[in-house]
Write a new protein. Structure first.
Length: 91
């Protein structure tokens, strides 16, 4: 963890210049870019959970039991992957 802390300390001082949508150059701190990225990932995780609920209703409406079971397993696997990714973003 010491090396990671030193790396974060080094990057905290960095200023990054990126072009915006209009072509103007904007300077951001590494910390600001990292926080923005984490926020976007968190919001994306929330959208995936909402998408799961909608897909679950569609899967439950399938009349063929075998197909319903397969689709339900795929849906649960995708949810499990999304949860692991979300947990990884938090840690």
């Amino acid at each position: 963890c010491f090396l990671y802390a030193k790396l974060c300390q080094h990057f905290q001082k960095k200023q990054i210049t990126v072009p915006d949508d209009t072509g103007n150059k904007i300077t951001h701190s590494f910390r600001q870019l990292l926080l923005t990225r984490c926020q976007k990932e968190f919001e994306n995780d929330y959208r995936q959970e909402i998408g799961y609920e909608k897909k679950k209703v569609d899967v439950d409406a399938i009349t063929d039991e075998k197909l319903q079971k397969e689709e339900s397993e795929k849906l649960e696997e995708n949810l499990s992957k999304a949860k692991r990714k979300k947990l990884g973003n938090i840690l």
